[in-house]
Write a protein that binds this ligand. Structure first.
Ligand SMILES: C[S@@+](CC[C@H](N)C(=O)[O-])C[C@H]1O[C@@H](n2cnc3c(N)ncnc32)[C@H](O)[C@@H]1O
Length: 278
């Protein structure tokens, strides 16, 4: 008979601490049902009979692939192409034209998607540049996309999406222009894939592999962090951003009350941030 696969509160606390230590993500205390769902599937595929025997193992072993799998399963990686639309409109109509003017001598721009999940966000930026900025073809344009999770990075590097993912945010026209059907899925064209450089970066660790950045997309990840982590990351973003660069956050995120060196800039329906006095 199949055993009941519940999670005790002390086991749930252990999992929350594991996730917090390795990613700074705060797992809501009302997410036990989600934890049970994902841990059950990890326990089954690793041949543990219960969630508690899986957790007993995790507690007693040095950090290994099962710890990684557990953390990656419970951290949200919800994303979509051109998510929220407005930031991409702001990029197209205001931010890129302004920065192209400012960088017209050096002819180079660095854009960073700091928590890129399965890749839809950096590929949306790459597609937008291809579609609307032919002048940038002979500039040095770096689109760096990073995440702490190798699971999502592997998928992002592949650039292959199922029917559901491809429909979320992409017009039919962009789909057929930039993707090829392969085995019921859609493979992004190499010319777009090659525009994006993927790196594994845990935001709570060093960012030293990055150059100075003109545009940072740090979207829909701060919401999972506590206030000290949000403040620390905004402080690091400030150091990483060129003085006249732009920071984009998710629609439910802000620098307000966290880091007063940023000022809010509104472009139509999109809010983004610049360093004060620039
Ligand atoms: C909800 S997704 C957001 C994806 C994309 N930026 C968007 O807005 O659609 C959050 C991503 O943050 C990543 N993440 C969580 N903690 C992280 C950390 N400490 N360092 C780097 N990435 C992290 C997760 O792996 C996940 O892919």
């Amino acid at each position: 008979m199949k055993q009941t696969m519940g999670i005790s509160s002390s086991d749930f606390d252990y999992i929350r601490q594991l996730i917090y230590t390795h990613s700074a993500v705060v797992l809501d205390s009302d997410k036990t049902y989600l934890a049970e769902l994902y841990l059950q599937s990890i326990a089954e595929s690793a041949k543990f009979t219960t969630i508690s025997s899986l957790i007993a193992y995790l507690r007693n072993q040095p950090f290994n692939h099962l710890h990684t799998q557990t953390i990656e399963a419970l951290v949200t990686n919800e994303t979509s192409f051109f998510r929220d639309k407005a930031p991409f409109e702001a990029l197209r109509k205001y931010v890129l034209p302004e920065l192209m003017q400012r960088r017209r001598i050096e002819r180079s721009l660095n854009i960073w998607c700091a928590a890129c999940s399965n890749g839809q966000e950096p590929y949306s930026i790459a597609i937008l540049i291809r579609e609307h900025f032919p002048l940038l073809a002979d500039w040095s344009i770096k689109i760096i996309a990073s995440d702490f999770s190798s699971k999502v990075l592997n998928r992002a590097r592949q650039g292959r999406y199922n029917q559901l993912e491809i429909r979320r945010g992409l017009s039919q026209q962009l789909q057929v222009k930039y993707f090829a059907p392969v085995d019921n899925e859609w493979q992004i064209h190499n010319k777009i894939r090659q525009m994006v450089e993927f790196q594994q970066i845990n935001l709570i660790h060093s960012w030293s592999s990055l150059p100075s950045i003109d545009i940072i997309f740090l979207r829909n990840v701060l919401i999972y962090f506590d206030i000290p982590t949000k403040k620390a990351l905004l402080g690091k973003a400030k150091q990483q951003l060129r003085l006249d660069g732009y920071l984009f956050l998710g629609s439910g995120e802000t620098t307000f009350n966290l880091d007063e060196s940023f000022e809010r800039v509104q472009f139509e329906k999109s809010i983004c941030y610049k360093l004060h006095g620039t």
